[in-house]
Design a protein around this ligand. Sequence first.
Ligand code: ADP
Length: 463
Amino acid sequence: MQLDISTLFFVLGGVSILACGFAWFLYFNNRHIRGVKAVALSSSFFAIGFSAIALRAFLPAWLSYAAANIAIFYGYAFVLYGVLIFSGRKANLQILILCGAAYGIEYVYYLFVEDNFIVRLISYLTTYGIISIITFAIIVFDYQKNSSRAYLAASIFLVVLAVSFFICAGISIPSERVKDIFSKTSINALVLYEQIIFVIGWLISFTLMVNERLLLERKSAELALIDKNNELERSNLDLEQFAYVSSHDLQTPLRNIVRFSQLLEQRYKGRLDSDADEFIGFIVHGGKHMSELIDDLLQYARINKQPLPPHPVQAREAIEHAIGNLKYEREEAGAEIDVGEMPLVIADPSLLTSVFQNLFGNSLKYRSPDRKLRLSVTAKRDSSDHWVFAVADNGIGIEPQYHEKIFEIFQRLDPISHAEGTGIGLALCRRIVHRFGGTIWLKSEPGTGTTFFFTLQDGSVST
Ligand code: ADP
C-alpha cells in the first residue's frame, strides 16, 4: 500500500490540532486537573511537528526539518511529563533527565553518525520505545501502591506505545525475511501506522485519565465537604452546649443579685441619699434585663436540643395562642388583626406559636404612632409542597440595609426608643423556621410597613 506521506501527515497534523484545541479548552476550564497542561502542551507540539512535515514542500527544508524534529520531540517529552504528573510524581527532574538522554542519543545518530534513513528510523523508534518502557515501569510501580484506573490506563497506553515503537523499529530492519512479510508495505506507511497507533492510544488513554482524575477530584471534594459539614455541626453543637450550660449556671447567681438589690430597694428607699436610690434602681433594672437576655438565650439554645418530632399542626391554633398571649399589648395598641385561611403545616405547636408571637409582638412594638395598627396574616401554597406565610403590618418599617442584620442574635435597631426586647425574637423565629426546613425573609418600606414571610411544609401532604 503506497501512501503519500504529506497527505498522511496532514491528517496527523489535523488530529493533533483538534486534540490540542480540546486539551487547551480543558485546561482553561478545569485548571485543577492535574496533568492537563502537559496534555495541551504535548498536543500543541505534535500539531506543529506534524504540520511542519505535511507542509514541507512549502517551507525551507531547514525550517521543516527543525520544526518537525524539535516539536515532535517536545510532544513526546510532554506526553511523558503528563504521564508522570498523572501518576502523582514530581516529574520535572526525572522527565528532564529521561528526555534529555533520549534526545541526545537520537540526535547524535540523526545528525552525525548515520545517514541511512532506515537506521535513523530504528534509532528513533527504539529510543522512544525505551523511554516508554521506563515510564511504564515507573507507573506500574506507582499502580501497586495506588490502585487507580488512571494508572492502569497510563500503563496500557505505554505498553501499546512501546510495542508500536518496537514493531516499527523491528520491521524497519532491512532484512529480506521481514521485507517479504511486509513487502507491500512502504516505510512511509509503517511510520504512519506507528504514528496513528500512537495518537489514538494517546487520545484514548488521556481521555480515560482525565475522566478518572475528574472523578477522583470530585469524590475528594465531596468527601472534604462532608468532613467540613460534620466539623461545623460538631462545633455548632459544642457552642450550643456551651451557651446552654453557661446561661443556665449564670441564672442562679443573677437571680440572687436581682432579689437582694430589690430587697435593698424596698427596705432602704428614702433612708439613704437620692444618689443611692438611683444607683440601686440601675442595679435592679440592669439585673432584670440581664436575666431576660439569659432566658432568651436559653430558649434559643433549647430549640435544637429538644427532641421534637415535627408533625402536622393547625397554623390557625398557633396564631390564636399567640394572639391570646399578647392580649394586653394588643388591647393597649388597639390593633386589628386579620387572619386569612390557614393550612395544616409540619411544625411543633409551641414553637410555631412562638414564631407568630414574636412577629405579632414586633408589629405591636414597632407600630407607627401616626396611625392605627393593622396586622394581617395570610398563607399561600407555593409550587412545591410548602406554604408561604405572610405577616404584614403598617408600622414604622425597616431600612433595607438592616433586612439581614435583624435576624442575627441580639441585634436591635433602636434599643433606646423601644426599650423593651432583647434583640433575640427574629433570631429565634429564623432558628425555628430553619429547624422545620423553611426559610424566612422580609419586605419592608420605612414609614409604610413591614411584611415577614416564612415557609413551612404542607402538613396535609406528608401524613
Ligand atoms: P427585639 O424586638 O427584641 O428588638 P427582634 O429580633 O424581634 O428583637 O427584632 C430585631 C429588630 O428588628 C428590632 O429591634 C426592630 O428594630 C426591628 N423590627 C422587627 N420587627 C419589626 C417590625 N415589624 N417593624 C419594624 N421594625 C421591626
